[in-house]
Design a protein around this ligand. Structure first.
Ligand SMILES: Cc1cc2nc3c(=O)[nH]c(=O)nc-3n(C[C@H](O)[C@H](O)[C@H](O)COP(=O)(O)OP(=O)(O)OC[C@H]3O[C@@H](n4cnc5c(N)ncnc54)[C@H](O)[C@@H]3O)c2cc1C
Ligand SMILES: Cc1cc2nc3c(=O)[nH]c(=O)nc-3n(C[C@H](O)[C@H](O)[C@H](O)COP(=O)(O)O)c2cc1C
Length: 797
């Protein structure tokens, strides 16, 4: 190999980084050393590697097209060398329940990890990087004193992090599943996921080809199934350095023989491990900087460890040339890489949780299961998959009874006796415009706008069942004749312009009552002149909040009666749907969560007792609410705080609510305690809707940061929920649903434009929409085939 961009030694090269020590000759360390030397050949770069040059660990590494573009630009010599070795394909095969489904158009390239290292080793040798094999790195303090810059590319178990724990503040999240990294001489033709059910539980395999003769084959299994399968006993045996757990390998080969076609499993220091997500609060300490797995890890199911390490190397080498000072370069490197890494880690987290809980979906048919698997990280969506391989998405659509050309969000749903024309819900969105507790002109305007905006169901915001149940002093109620008359008038006014079903959410805000209108953080502060609060236990919301009264049985009976009376009023007012607020720390929620219910009577303690009041309220409401009209219950399925409601409890709560007559569950999370730490992010609450739907069989509403129509379609087609609630996006654009239809080219009955607005039902052309691109190529390149498989001509054939 020769050349590269060696002459590009930037004039602005960071003078302070002349002597660089690199810990670890993995892909990250070697690639960084090569690039940094290439950019500034006068640098002295020493790489310390404890293993021998010829030591070979690992199997294949896999890249997406995007990473390859970066490598191609940065070092064409390395790119040319690795390109010749790539196994390339575009398909993903999903093998499940004795069947296979294939999704095309993805674009993968993989090669032997040891060939990648060999190519990078050779590149370093050409560039005169001093790589010292069989040389454990000297202590980092010593290196830090002797060198201008120390790059810690010493892998997932990095000892460097331990040298400065207060700066790096490493967080290690060891997960529940066990996995074992293997190869096979069965050459798969595509990325292959195998999900196989056994009497001990589910076994899954992530396999992909990486050469004409080998595939990577990672076997993964949940901890309890791993024990039941007998792997624990094998793993208990002491293994020497580099030795493999042969008994486990043999058992995997037996169990998965049907997928190996007579081929072997090939171990290399292979043993059961737990995947650990590594996060560091900072990646740098003075002149020491973390790179690759030392800085961060991301679950192998999205195949990104080596990719991230190489991208880090590229960014760090570039920053050293672009920034005038070392400090500035390290800061720029971290600033550039951290958001990319965190985004990848979020996707990897969703993906690893999907595999940890794969048993939730094993009741699905193969088509929906395959779609669910492919969309697990939320990065791949309905729209992406449709663009890549329309036939695959059509087949999934057909398998779940969808009609061609109708996006999942525009399919009808029957809830109780109510027909919804599509799957979009406007969730309760309080307007805080009712100082007199009467529904306001703004409530009327908002509900009208949303009813005209195309959603299948619109819910009015939280409405109190009693004066002391108002969350703020600007919330409406429904406890008086006057309020009932006003709600009736409002409901009639909306119906006069739209037949969209409209529902109402009833609540008693409990210890969260008597606050100001929420500020930008979404939380109200205690009113200066509030009113006495009622809760399961006398625990204030936070240090600034008043202590609520522990509700006595007389008060609880009154609460139940209030809910029933308001429900009757809501029915008379003409609401089509009723939602009971049993989440978000309101009164009923305070009974359900162990964090807020410390009672010792039969309304507290075990879950069956904590459920007593919510079930009494639900029964009382069900008795008066008309049978054909849907009754929804909103819950907080997680508290996001230690000791809070567990997943098993959330399921048990929902089963009890289903038995007591709820028609659907609106699955939210959090807001139960003020010290919560939710992992906010796109669709972060959706897994709970999926959990509860699978466990109860009841329709669920998924809600929370479902960011766009594509996410909504993905959630629905994957069977994670039956309805999607889109909140803030409907405040941004009350016609969100109709616009989603226009964007997807859908004009059917699931998205009915108000007749007077029909002329606007097509998206107006934007600037440049009338521009027609001229021909740019003499001969057009044919579109790449949707399905490309790895079909090497093997030497022996
Ligand atoms: C043994 C092994 C096998 C793997 N197999 C695969 C695979 O088949 N497919 C895949 O996609 N990914 C695999 N991975 C994961 C993937 O390679 C990593 O995500 C990626 O290599 C990250 O690169 P890195 O350079 O940050 O760290 P690593 O590749 O882990 O490199 C770190 C290097 O630092 C060295 N080191 C650590 N401490 C010291 C010290 N004190 N002194 C000197 N040297 C030190 C280690 O020996 C190692 O060579 C494997 C990782 C390992 C460690
Ligand atoms: C202004 C506003 C008012 C809200 N009012 C209520 C409410 O009255 N009752 C309720 O249960 N949730 C309420 N929520 C929460 C929403 O119903 C929804 O769960 C949340 O906004 C997450 O969905 P999104 O990410 O699509 O906005 C409110 C949210 C906002 C932004």
């Amino acid at each position: 190999m020769t050349g590269g961009a060696g002459t590009a030694a930037g004039a602005g090269m960071t003078a302070a980084a002349r002597r660089i020590a690199v810990l670890g000759a993995g892909p990250g360390g070697l690639y960084f050393a090569a690039l940094a030397k290439q950019l500034a050949p006068h640098r002295e770069i020493t790489v310390f590697e404890r293993d021998a040059r010829e030591d070979e660990f690992g199997f294949g590494v896999v890249f997406s097209d995007e990473t390859l573009d970066g490598i191609a630009q940065a070092d064409p010599a390395v790119f040319a060398a690795i390109s010749t070795e790539f196994a390339r394909w575009s398909d993903i095969d999903i093998r499940y329940a004795g069947q296979v489904r294939t999704s095309g158009g993805h674009g993968f390239a993989a090669l032997d990890r040891n060939r990648l290292r060999a190519i990078l080793q050779q590149r370093c040798a050409e560039l005169a990087v001093d790589v010292r094999y069989r040389t454990p790195a000297p202590p980092v303090e010593q290196l830090s004193a002797e060198y201008d810059l120390v790059v810690a590319a010493d892998g997932i178990h990095s000892a460097t992090r331990a040298a400065h724990p207060d700066t790096f503040r490493t967080e290690l999240d060891a997960r529940d599943c066990r996995y074992i990294w293997l190869a096979t001489d069965r050459v798969f033709e595509a990325f292959t996921f195998i999900v196989e059910e056994f009497d001990f539980g589910v076994l899954q395999v992530h396999a992909y080809p990486y050469s004409p003769t080998r595939s990577t084959f990672i076997v993964e299994i949940a901890e309890d199934a791993w024990r039941r399968a007998g792997f624990e006993a094998f793993a208990a045996r002491e293994l020497a350095h580099g030795e493999s757990d042969e008994e486990s390998v043999n058992r995997c080969a037996d169990l998965l023989a049907g997928h190996l076609d007579g081929h072997r499993l090939i171990p290399n220091a292979s043993r059961w491990i737990r995947f650990t997500t590594v996060r560091n609060a900072s990646w740098r300490h003075r002149n020491v900087v973390l790179l690759g797995d030392a800085a961060h890890s991301a679950h192998f199911s999205i195949g990104s460890g080596t990719k991230l390490a190489l991208e880090d190397a590229l960014a760090l080498a570039a920053a050293l040339s672009e920034q005038p000072t070392l400090d500035g370069a390290l800061a720029a490197y971290e600033a550039e890489r951290r958001p990319v890494v965190e985004s990848t880690q979020r996707a990897a987290q969703a993906s690893l949780e999907w595999f940890e809980t794969v048993g939730r979906r094993t009741g699905q048919g193969i088509d929906q299961f395959a779609f669910n698997l492919l969309t697990r990280s939320r990065r791949v969506t309905y729209g992406n998959l449709r663009a890549r391989d329309p036939a695959f998405v059509d087949a999934v659509d057909a398998a779940v009874g969808g009609s061609p050309g109708v996006p999942p969000m525009f399919r009808p749903l029957k809830l109780a006796a109510l027909e919804l024309r599509n799957r979009v819900v406007v969730p309760p969105l309080a307007t805080f415009t009712s100082p007199d507790a009467q529904p306001s002109a703004f409530d009327r305007a908002q509900l009208t706008a949303h009813a005209l905006g195309g959603a299948g169901l619109v819910l009015a915001g939280m409405t109190a069942v009693s004066p002391e149940g108002r969350a703020t002093d600007r919330c409406p109620g429904l406890w008086s004749d006057r309020q009932e008359a006003a709600w009736t008038e409002l409901r009639d006014a909306v119906r006069a312009v739209s037949d969209t079903p409209v529902g109402l959410q009833l609540t008693h805000a409990g210890r969260r009552a008597a606050t100001t209108v929420p500020g930008p953080d979404g939380i109200g502060r205690p009113l200066a002149e509030g009113w006495p609060l009622l809760a399961a236990s006398p625990l204030p919301w936070d240090a600034d909040s008043p202590t609520p009264h522990e509700a006595n049985e007389v008060q609880l009976a009154a609460v139940t009666a209030d809910f029933a009376a308001s429900a009757e009023r809501a029915a008379r007012a003409g609401f089509d749907v009723l939602e009971l607020q049993f989440g978000h720390g309101h009164l009923l929620s305070s009974f359900l969560s162990p964090l807020t219910n410390h009672r010792t009577d039969h309304y507290g303690g075990p879950l069956a007792h904590r459920l007593r009041l919510p079930l009494e309220v639900l029964a009382a409401v069900r008795a008066v609410w008309p049978a054909g009209r849907p009754l929804l219950v909103r819950i907080s399925a997680a508290d996001w705080a230690p000791g809070g409601t567990t997943e098993a409890e959330a399921v048990a709560i929902c089963r009890a609510l289903a038995d007591a007559g709820a028609d659907a569950l609106d699955v939210s999370t959090g807001e139960v305690v003020s010290h919560q730490r939710p992992p906010y992010g796109r669709g972060y609450q959706t897994p709970f809707a999926e959990l509860i739907r699978a466990a109860t069989g009841l329709p669920t509403v998924a809600v929370g940061a479902i960011s766009g129509p594509d996410d909504a379609d993905s959630v629905l087609l994957a069977g994670r929920a039956d309805l999607v609630a889109i909140g803030r996006a409907h405040l941004h654009d009350p016609l969100w649903t109709l616009h989603a239809a226009a964007d997807q080219g859908y004009t059917g009955p699931g998205a009915r434009w108000p007749e007077p607005w029909r002329a606007g039902s097509r998206k107006p052309p934007g600037p440049g929409a009338d521009r027609v691109a001229p021909r740019l190529h003499l001969l057009r390149e044919p579109a790449p085939p949707v399905h490309r498989r790895w079909l090497p001509v093997r030497a022996e054939e």
